[in-house]
Design a protein around this ligand. Structure first.
Ligand SMILES: Nc1ncnc2c1ncn2[C@@H]1O[C@H](COP(=O)(O)OP(=O)(O)OP(=O)(O)O)[C@@H](O)[C@H]1O
Length: 747
C-alpha cells in the first residue's frame, strides 16, 4: 500500500535532479519548451534541431518535423523543470490539522459530549450500586475462606523463598556450583529475615485477633470482621471470574484498514480499480492515513484518472457489501476543496438510521434569532447541521412517510422561537401535524378540502401583494439604513416599517399546486414570491410528496435555494427536489431505504456541498412545548397577530362565484343527465376568468365535496356516436343546493 509522504516526494525530486545532472545529453529546456509550444499550436516544427540531436524527447502526440517526417511531439520532459509548486509552496499549501478538536470548539457538540460523559458515569454508578448488596457482597463472603487459604499459602511460600526455588534447581541441574551456592546463601539470608517478619506478623495478628474478640466494642468487631471477609473474599477471586460485570458493553467495531478499503473498492465494478488490483496494485491511492473522525473512520482517497466520486456513490450498496458494513454506515463523499476524483470515504460505527431520535439543538433554548441559521439535524459523522432561513426558500420532498413534515416542523419551530417572525402555516394534508403551532400563527389552515386549499391559495395571493408592498417600502428607506436593499435584523426590529421576517409554510403543497381551480394561480404566485421575496424577508417552505411538473411547477423547483430530499423513488423526483443533474453528480436520495431511513435526506444549498442529514425529531409534546414558549415570547413583546388573536383573515378581493349556482345556470331543465366535459365547456363560456382550462375531471373533483357523485351516462357525441361518459344528474345538483341552503338557514 502506498501512502504519500513528504520525505518520499523530496527524495524523488532530489533523485530526479541528480539524474539530470549526471546526464550529459540533457534536453535543452528552452528548445524543448518552444518545441512544446509549437506542438501545442499544431504547427510544423520549423527549427532544424527541433527535436534536439540528443535523446529524443518522449511524447505521445505525433507531429511533423522540417522534413515532413512524422515524429513524436514533445509533451513530457525527461528532466524536472521549475514548473509546478516547489517544496516550500507545497509545505505552505499543506493542510493544517485542528489544534483543538472541532467538537471542543462547537458549544452544542461540546455540551453533547459532556452530557454523554455525565450520563455514562451516572449509569455506571447506578448499575454497580444496585449490584453491591445483591451480588458483590455475597460473592465476597463465599470467596472469603478460599481467600484466607490463598493468603496463608502465599505468606508461607514467601517466608521460605519458594519463588527462588526453580532458579536454584536449574543451576543445580546445570551443575553450576558457584552460582548455586550464591543463590543458596541468598536464600538462607532471605528466609531468616522473612521468618522473623512472619513470626512478628503472626504474633501481631494473634494479639489483634484476641483484642478484637475480647476487648473491642461491637462496632469495631463488626468493621474488622467485614474488612477481613471482604479482603479475603477479594483475595479468593478466581482469575477467570472477576467480581463485577461491565455496566456497558462497547459494540466491537472493526477498524477500517487500507486493505479492507482496497478490496472493497475493487469489488464495486469499476474497471480501472479492479484490473489494477488484479495486477497486484492498489487501484486507488490513499492521500492521508485512515483516521478516526467522529464516530467512524475516514479515508481520503484519490480515485483512478477519469473515475469520479459519483461513480462510487452510484455503487454505495456494493461498497457497503465489500466493506461488510450496513448500508447506513458507508458514506462516500466529495472533498469540496479537491478535484472530482478525491473521495472522502466515511465509514460509521453504526447505521445512521439506528442513531435514534436526534435531539433538536434549540429544544431547551429560550429564543432564537431567525437571522442566524436554524439547527436542523446532524450529518452521518454526528456533526451539527443547520439551515439559513433569511434570504432563502426551502423545498422539501420525499415519498410519503419519510419525514417531510418532521423536517418542516423543525424549521417552523426555529422560526417560531424568534418572536419577530410572522408565521403563516398551511398544512394541506389535514392530519393536524402543525396544529401545535396554530397559537402563534398569523394565518393557519389544516385540511385537504377545497376551502383549506382556497385558503392556502389566498395566502399566496396575499403574500404576492405583501412582497410588492415591501419592495416599495424598502425602496423608500434611506440608503444608510438599508444599503443593500434587503431586510436586516435592524430593519426587521423597526416595527413601524412592517418589514419583519415572514415565514410561510405549505406542507403537502401538491394538493395546492395540482388543484384544478387554484393550482395554476397559486403556482404563479409562489414563483413570484420565491424570486422577489428573498431579499424582502418573505420566506417560503414548500413540502411535497409528489415532485412532478404538475404538482410542483418548474418555476418553483428551479428557483428555490435550499433543498431537502428524503427517500424518493427515481431520478426525476430526485432532480426535481435537489436540482438538475443532482442524480448524475452522485447526490441520490433514491439510495435511502423506505421507512428505515425516515428522517435521513440530502440537504443541498445550506452548505458548500449537498450532504446527508438526519433531521432532529420533534414529536407532538416537544412541538407543543416549543409552541408555548414561542407564544409566551410573542405575548411578552406584543407580536402576536392575526389568526393567533382570533382575528378574521384578510381576503383578496377578486371575482366571487358560486359553483353550484353556475352549474344550475348552464343546465337547462330539459337535460336531466349531462356529461362533465360538457359542463366544463359551458362553465368556461359562462365565466372564463374562473373556469378557463377546466376539463371533465375538474368538474368531478370540484363537485365531489358538495356530495355530487359522477356516474356513467349514456349520450350522443357531437358527431352522432352513441357512447357512455362520466357525468352528473341535474337532480343531485338541486339537492346539494337545497341541503346547503338549508344548513345555512339552520345556522
Ligand atoms: N428525523 C426523524 N428521526 C426519526 N424518525 C423520524 C424522523 N422523521 C420522521 N421520522 C419517522 O417517520 C414518520 C413519518 O414522518 P412524517 O410524518 O414527517 O413523514 P411525511 O413524509 O411528512 O409523511 P406524509 O407524506 O405521509 O405526510 C414519523 O412518524 C417518524 O416515526
Amino acid at each position: 500500500m502506498k501512502h504519500p509522504d513528504d520525505e518520499n516526494e523530496l527524495f524523488n525530486r532530489l533523485e530526479a535532479e541528480m539524474n539530470a545532472d549526471s546526464q550529459g545529453d540533457v534536453v535543452d529546456l528552452d528548445k524543448a519548451r518552444s518545441a512544446r509550444a509549437d506542438s501545442a499550436d499544431a504547427k510544423p516544427d520549423r527549427s532544424p534541431d527541433g527535436g534536439g540531436n540528443s535523446t529524443p524527447p518522449q511524447s505521445t502526440d505525433p507531429d511533423a518535423d522540417a522534413s515532413g517526417n512524422s515524429r513524436p511531439a514533445l509533451v513530457d520532459l525527461t528532466t524536472p523543470t521549475a514548473s509546478g509548486p516547489g517544496l516550500l509552496d507545497q509545505i505552505k499549501n499543506s493542510k493544517r490539522l485542528a489544534i483543538v478538536p472541532p467538537w471542543m470548539k462547537s458549544a452544542p457538540e461540546f455540551r453533547d459530549a459532556m452530557r454523554w460523559f455525565a450520563g455514562h458515569f451516572w449509569h455506571t454508578a447506578r448499575y454497580h450500586a444496585v449490584r453491591t448488596l445483591t451480588t458483590y457482597v455475597p460473592k465476597l463472603v463465599i470467596r472469603a475462606p478460599r481467600g484466607l487459604i490463598t493468603t496463608l499459602s502465599r505468606v508461607a511460600r514467601w517466608s521460605v523463598d519458594a519463588e527462588g526455588d526453580p532458579l536454584r534447581q536449574a543451576e543445580a541441574r546445570r551443575e553450576n556450583s558457584e552460582l548455586y551456592l550464591k543463590l543458596s546463601r541468598q536464600r538462607d539470608r532471605r528466609v531468616r529475615m522473612r521468618m522473623l517478619l512472619t513470626l512478628l506478623g503472626s504474633l501481631s495478628s494473634l494479639l489483634a485477633g484476641l483484642y478484637l474478640v475480647y476487648g473491642a466494642g461491637p462496632m469495631t468487631q463488626f468493621i474488622a470482621a467485614a474488612l477481613a471477609i471482604l479482603g479475603f473474599g477479594w483475595a479468593g477471586a478466581p482469575a477467570d471470574a472477576p467480581l463485577s460485570s461491565r455496566a456497558v458493553i462497547k459494540p466491537e467495531v472493526q477498524k477500517l484498514t487500507g486493505d479492507m478499503v482496497v478490496k472493497a473498492m475493487a469489488s464495486i465494478g469499476i474497471g480501472q480499480i479492479a484490473s489494477a488490483v488484479a495486477k497486484g496494485g492498489d487501484g486507488i491511492k490513499f492521500v492521508a492515513p485512515i483516521t478516526r473522525d467522529g464516530l467512524g473512520w475516514r479515508a481520503d482517497i484519490d480515485l483512478p484518472l477519469g473515475v469520479t466520486v459519483a461513480d462510487v456513490a452510484d455503487r454505495r450498496s456494493r461498497l457497503a457489501s465489500g466493506l461488510r458494513r450496513p448500508l447506513g454506515c458507508v458514506w462516500p463523499d466529495t472533498d469540496p476543496n479537491e478535484h472530482e476524483g478525491r473521495l472522502v470515504l466515511w465509514v460509521g460505527d453504526r447505521d445512521l438510521s439506528k442513531m435514534g431520535d436526534v435531539k433538536w439543538a434549540l429544544s431547551d433554548a429560550k429564543r432564537h434569532d431567525i437571522f442566524r441559521r436554524v439547527p436542523f439535524g446532524v450529518d452521518p459523522r454526528g456533526r451539527a447541521q443547520s439551515v439559513p432561513m433569511i434570504q432563502h426558500n426551502v423545498l422539501v420532498g420525499s415519498l410519503p412517510g419519510q419525514g417531510k413534515t418532521s423536517a418542516v416542523r423543525v424549521l417552523a419551530c426555529g422560526a417560531a422561537m424568534d418572536p419577530s417572525v410572522e408565521l403563516w402555516l398551511h398544512e394541506n394534508k389535514g392530519t393536524g401535524d402543525l396544529d401545535a403551532l396554530e397559537c402563534v400563527s398569523h394565518r393557519f389552515v389544516s385540511g385537504i378540502h377545497d376551502e383549506a386549499v382556497a385558503y392556502a391559495a389566498e395566502s399566496l395571493a396575499l403574500l404576492r401583494k405583501e412582497v410588492m408592498r415591501r419592495a416599495a417600502a424598502i425602496k423608500k428607506l434611506p440608503r444608510d439604513l438599508c444599503p443593500d436593499k434587503r431586510i436586516t435584523r435592524e430593519i426587521a426590529d423597526k416595527r413601524s416599517l412592517r418589514l419583519w421576517p415572514l415565514l410561510a409554510i405549505f406542507d403537502e403543497c401538491q394538493n395546492l399546486f395540482a388543484h384544478a381551480k387554484y393550482g395554476k394561480q397559486a403556482g404563479e404566485d409562489a414563483e413570484f414570491i420565491i424570486k422577489l421575496g428573498r431579499a424582502l424577508g418573505v420566506m417560503l417552505v414548500l413540502a411535497t410528496q409528489r415532485p412532478d411538473k404538475d404538482s410542483l411547477p418548474t418555476g418553483i423547483s428551479g428557483n428555490v435555494s435550499i433543498r431537502f430530499c428524503l427517500k424518493v423513488a427515481g431520478q426525476i423526483e430526485n432532480d426535481m427536489i435537489l436540482g438538475t443533474s443532482a442524480y448524475k453528480n452522485g447526490v441520490r436520495a433514491t439510495a435511502f431505504r423506505p421507512e428505515i431511513d425516515a428522517g435521513n435526506g440530502y440537504l443541498a444549498g445550506a452548505g458548500t456541498m449537498p450532504s446527508v442529514v438526519r433531521t432532529a425529531y420533534l414529536n407532538g409534546p416537544a412541538t407543543a412545548a416549543i409552541a408555548q414558549r414561542a407564544l409566551a415570547l410573542r405575548k411578552a413583546v406584543g407580536t402576536l397577530s392575526g389568526h393567533a388573536l382570533g382575528e378574521a383573515s384578510e381576503t383578496v378581493a377578486g371575482p366571487t362565484y358560486d359553483l353550484l349556482a353556475d352549474v344550475m345556470a348552464i343546465l337547462p331543465a330539459s337535460e336531466e343527465r349531462v356529461w362533465n366535459e360538457r359542463i366544463a365547456a359551458r362553465l368556461e363560456e359562462l365565466r372564463p376568468e374562473v373556469y378557463r382550462g377546466w376539463k371533465g375531471e375538474n368538474v368531478t373533483s370540484a363537485l365531489k365535496p358538495h356530495g355530487i357523485k359522477t356516474q356513467g351516462i349514456a349520450g350522443t357525441t357531437d358527431d352522432g356516436t352513441r357512447t357512455t361518459r362520466r357525468g352528473i344528474v341535474r337532480a343531485d345538483v338541486i339537492q346539494a343546493i337545497a341541503e346547503r341552503d338549508g344548513k345555512a338557514g339552520a345556522a
